[in-house]
Design a protein around this ligand. Structure first.
Ligand SMILES: Nc1nc2c(ncn2[C@@H]2O[C@H](COP(=O)(O)OP(=O)(O)O)[C@@H](O)[C@H]2O)c(=O)[nH]1
Ligand SMILES: [Mg+2]
Length: 321
């Protein structure tokens, strides 16, 4: 067994240090690391372990309580004896140099708990690089842990979109923030699979916000009652509603699996992700040279079918041009 195979074995065995090393490897943007990183991802993918995993993407405006909710979700999931991996993606603003997420995920749990792994990732302003690294880190975590939770801001924005890495997208809002109205206007309510109004402990203002949200969803899904996503009220502070949130997310995953959509969605996501990375490098002209987006995506699908990662496929296509 070579060094990478050994690393993969240890990642699959949920060895803390190995998971950390694997993520560091796929985060490494130096060219000489990319071949090893690519092979690592391939080995993880062929292990087939990710098929059993579930990746939740939590998104929503700063201050809504995502980090606190991730912590509460991790606690509840651990109580259900699920192994949990957490990734907090922090797209530092290049202008202010500040971090949008501000804080780091604070997970209060047993520090000796080997089945709860938490990692945060900052971009330093390079969103394309962040997209690549976060996507790859999620692949590592999904191979290792039964439940993976990714926290990020910026739903509906380009490269950091959680919808490109998560099986289940959870939009978190807080009551009386005005965010809701903006989401409705921006058409963002089409994206999430589950919606959360957090800070239930604030009282009637929270239940009112949930009612408004349900009404808005019914309006944006006319004639499609069955596809209206559930709205869950939670208090990340007290853990109220967090069990229900986990149930709703598990139901969404079960639906995907039952219709065969889980694997198809993951493949489609990987293709879109590869396309984004390719377009980052090659630009609109590069896409045009290949005959447009559909053609570029078809070529990428072939490369992905050979077992390449999104990044590997995008760079291979960029070289083929
Ligand atoms: N009252 C109340 N405050 C909360 C709750 N969840 C989070 N907070 C507070 O809201 C603020 C933002 O929380 P944080 O998790 O950092 O939000 P994020 O920016 O979305 O990750 C913090 O002061 C939290 O303590 C909740 O359920 N109830
Ligand atoms: Mg946060």
């Amino acid at each position: 067994m070579d060094e990478l195979q050994e690393l993969v074995e240890r990642v699959l065995a949920r060895d803390f240090a190995a998971v950390g090393r694997a993520i560091s490897l796929v985060e490494d943007r130096r060219p000489r690391a990319s071949e090893r990183s690519e092979r690592l991802l391939q080995l993880l993918r062929t292990s087939g372990r990710a098929a059993a995993g579930h990746c939740l993407g939590l998104t929503g405006p700063p201050g809504a309580g995502k980090s606190t909710l991730v912590s509460a979700l991790a606690r509840v999931a651990r109580r259900r004896a699920l192994s949990v991996g957490v990734l907090a993606v922090d797209p530092s603003s290049p202008r202010s140099g500040g971090a949008l997420l501000g804080d780091r995920v604070r997970i209060e749990g047993d520090p000796d708990d080997e089945l709860l792994y938490v990692r945060s990732m900052a971009s330093g302003g390079d969103l394309g690089g962040l997209a690549r690294a976060a996507g790859a880190a999620v692949e590592v975590l999904t191979a290792a842990y039964e439940l993976v939770v990714v926290e990020t801001v910026g739903v509906g924005q380009s490269e950091t979109d959680v919808e490109h890495v998560s099986d289940t997208v959870v939009l978190v809002v807080q009551p009386a923030s005005g965010d809701l109205l903006q989401f409705i206007k921006a058409g963002i309510l089409e994206i999430p699979d589950v919606l959360v109004v957090n800070k239930l402990d604030l009282g009637p203002v929270a239940t009112r916000a949930a009612a408004e949200l349900r009404a808005a969803l019914a309006a944006t899904h006319p004639g499609r009652q069955a596809s209206v996503p559930p709205v869950v009220l939670t208090s990340a502070a007290t853990s109220d509603g967090v069990d229900e949130l986990l149930d709703r997310c598990a139901e969404h995953r079960a639906q995907l699996a039952a219709t065969g959509a889980l694997e198809a969605e993951r493949a489609a996501r990987r293709r879109r992700w590869a396309y984004r990375l390719f377009r980052d490098w090659a630009g609109a002209r590069g896409v045009q040279q290949l005959g447009g987006r559909a053609h570029a995506e078809a070529r990428l699908a072939l490369l992905l079918g050979e077992g390449r990662s999104a990044w590997g496929a995008a760079s291979a296509l960029a070289e083929q041009r």
